[in-house]
Design a protein around this ligand. Structure first.
Ligand SMILES: Nc1ncnc2c1ncn2[C@@H]1O[C@H](COP(=O)(O)OP(=O)(O)OP(=O)(O)O)[C@@H](O)[C@H]1O
Length: 672
């Protein structure tokens, strides 16, 4: 007995004469026909949207789908609902079907999550934010999904209707963009090309006829770009006199980053001499601090040259003389009053601190210019606290009984009406380096006042914006400017062939004078002995093995061309200005990019041409070349020296090695 009568629509019946049975057969046939049509329509769609491989995938998937219907799993329902539509939308036809299916499930799950969260009655804005976050997560997920299908599987198995907090999938590490302060991001640009940007010395206003004459006598008719930019800037900061800067404000500190050999020394010597020339009372008003004795000596020589014929006195405190001898040069007692004998002091930090603490005759209370040359190196030595000791010595009078003086100096702090009420001599810092760090944290140690940067590194400006801060492109290391006339090479070699290579460069390639750098004084000494024993080359070494006097003599002889090959440690890598060095050889590859830049910067100076060769062992090549490229090198070329070119020297070289072993043995014996 039937409880319900179900009336079925059986379609239009054309032939009413056929029996009930045959009508149901016709109906079945019609239904089968319709099913076929539907199937063929689906097939056409597949052809349009899928690659052949995908069609196969789809078949597999359908099979999997059938199979899955037998599994009592949570995904069963989701898969049967979602898979077909997402398969059409998928762009990634290379993905395995399982993965794509899983992605579809994820998408579905995500949509459900979003629906669920908005359904919970959360306010609109946070929902939008969460959507944004979800979008981001989606992007990240599509990246990580391919690698971690299992993890996402776990994630999607979370119950729907809840917002999933936190991410458990491995996220790609976000790139952190370095944010530079505006002064670092937007420097005053210095032309890189020295030769085509020379400026006649007469075009720079504010230089006395006496100084112009001095420049001409020293063979300088035109200023290099760094000088043409920086000299007017320093002169301008004293337009209102030494007591205050423009508009009565403290003048801005100046930082200069320009390549090796670009003429940075004159960029500070000329304006300082010009500004102090007309002083009445002798007091220490300029202090130049340099990292080594040799550099202090070099800068002192330039200051002495340009102060010649004026009343200005230059004193060097670098340990070249005894401590008492330096004290005598600093001050004298006249009528019971101590008077300064120095206007300009050039010092190394260690010796300077010794004098600040032990010489009453060194008074820095009138100091107007603090010049920090090789500034990045000086920042590295900041742990010796030389700068804070200098600053304390400068503002010492502000704490004493004479603090009531109208011209008392107090250490700059926050600007208040009282702090600005009395004029006080500002202390202006002038920083110079070929490899000035762009690390604001490091620069911050210098306590700069509204610094102004002059730089030839155009990467600075390209990343600049009008905001107070700017994000520079992410780099593993700082970028630097290389001298224009420099050509860089690297020479692949083995350890045992290195000495032969240097002999080949001198004796066959006639590249002398060569300045050759090693990473240790022991290597420098052994190589020196080996070349000396081999014979035929005027060779010398330069390292801390030598006394300061011997080092000075060696540099002089090298400058005069008496030495063909000078083998040095990094003692001669920075700042040393020896004209005529045609070629620098890195016998040992430098470990740091700054070391490399300073070493190769001993050639190609003042717009001249120069060559730099770096001997590289197989294991060093990749890392070294990457370091140089990342630093902004215009290009380093490979120079292969064929073994046959070294062959003729090999017999003599083997003999020399044996002789060297004996010499070293003797040296060791004598040392005890
Ligand atoms: N205007 C100029 N005309 C001609 N020669 C110059 C001029 N300015 C500087 N020089 C010469 O250029 C050479 C390099 O100058 P300087 O030593 O000042 O370079 P630098 O930028 O300090 O290099 P480094 O970073 O290696 O210390 C020196 O021999 C110097 O005499």
């Amino acid at each position: 007995m039937s409880l319900f009568l179900v009336n079925r629509y059986l379609g239009e019946e054309k032939d009413w004469s056929v029996s009930q049975e045959s009508r149901s057969q016709v109906l079945l046939a019609k239904l089968q026909q319709k099913a076929k049509e539907k199937q063929s329509l689906t097939g056409q769609k597949e052809c349009l949207l899928q690659e052949p491989t995908v069609q196969q995938d789809l078949k597999k998937k359908r099979k999997a789908h059938k199979d899955s219907s037998q599994q009592p799993s949570l995904f069963k329902k989701q898969k049967s609902e979602v898979v077909p539509s997402y398969v059409w939308e998928s762009d990634n036809h290379d993905e395995p079907v399982e993965k794509r299916n899983q992605k579809c499930v994820n998408e579905k799950q995500k949509k459900e999550d979003q629906k669920g969260s908005s359904a919970e009655g959360l306010p609109d804005a946070p929902v939008a934010v969460r959507h944004g976050q979800a979008d981001k997560r989606d992007e990240e997920k599509t990246e990580t999904e391919n690698d971690t299908p299992k993890r996402t599987l776990e994630k999607t198995s979370a119950p729907s209707g809840f917002t999933i907090l936190g991410g458990f999938e491995i996220k790609p590490i976000q790139k952190v963009h370095r944010v530079l302060p505006q002064w670092l991001a937007q420097p005053d640009v210095i032309h890189r090309d020295i030769k085509s940007n020379l400026v006649p010395i007469s075009a720079i206003p504010g230089l006395s006829a006496q100084l112009i004459k001095k420049l001409q006598n020293n063979g300088i008719e035109r200023f290099f770009p760094v000088q043409a930019e920086v000299i007017p800037a320093i002169l301008e900061s004293t337009q209102q006199g030494l007591l205050m800067g423009r508009g009565g404000y403290k003048p801005r500190d100046i930082c200069v980053s320009a390549p090796t050999g670009s003429g940075k020394t004159l960029a500070f010597v000329i304006p300082v001499v010009q500004l102090l020339m007309e002083r009445v009372v002798c007091e220490v008003r300029a202090l130049a601090v340099l990292p080594t004795k040799e550099l202090a000596q070099q800068v002192c020589k330039v200051f002495t040259s340009y102060t010649e014929g004026t009343t200005l006195k230059v004193v060097m405190l670098a340990g070249q003389r005894s401590f008492p001898a330096e004290q005598v040069l600093l001050s004298e007692l006249r009528g019971g009053v101590r008077r300064s004998l120095a206007d300009i002091v050039v010092a190394t930090p260690g010796r300077l601190v010794d004098h600040i603490n032990g010489t009453s005759g060194l008074c820095l209370e009138h100091l107007r210019f603090l010049i920090i040359d090789e500034a990045d190196r000086m920042i590295d030595s900041m742990h010796h606290s030389w700068l804070s000791q200098v600053v304390n010595a400068v503002y010492r009078s502000g704490n004493g009984p004479e603090a009531v003086s109208i011209f008392r100096r107090t250490e700059p702090a926050h600007i208040t009406a009282t702090s600005l009420s009395s004029p006080q001599m500002p202390l202006q810092k002038l920083l110079f380096s070929a490899t000035l760090t762009q690390n604001p944290e490091k620069l911050q140690q210098l306590g700069l006042h509204q610094p102004r940067l002059f730089s030839s590194i155009h990467g600075h400006s390209s990343s600049s914006s009008k905001n107070t801060t700017s994000a520079a492109p992410t780099q593993k290391q700082d970028r630097f400017d290389f001298p224009q006339g420099l050509t860089e090479y690297y020479v692949p070699c083995t350890l045992s062939k290195k000495p032969l290579l240097i002999l080949h460069f001198i004796l066959r390639m006639k590249l002398s004078p060569i300045l050759c750098f090693t990473n240790s004084r022991e290597t420098a000494h052994r190589l020196f002995l080996l070349v000396q024993l081999f014979g035929g080359v005027h060779v010398a070494e330069f390292s801390s093995r030598l006394s300061p006097g011997e080092r000075k003599k060696t540099l002089k002889e090298f400058e005069k061309g008496k030495i063909q090959l000078l083998i040095s440690t990094d003692a001669a890598a920075r700042g040393i200005d020896i004209s005529g060095v045609k070629c620098v050889v890195n016998y040992d590859a430098p470990q740091y990019i700054r070391t490399y830049i300073h070493r190769i910067g001993r050639t190609a100076r003042a717009g001249k041409a120069g060559l730099a060769f770096t001997f590289l062992l197989g294991v060093q090549e990749t890392k070294f070349l990457q370091m140089v490229t990342e630093a902004g090198s215009p290009g380093i070329q490979k120079q292969i020296v064929k073994p046959k070119n070294l062959k003729s020297m090999e017999v003599r070289y083997e003999q020399t090695l044996q002789e060297l072993a004996d010499v070293i043995k003797d040296e060791k014996a004598n040392a005890f």
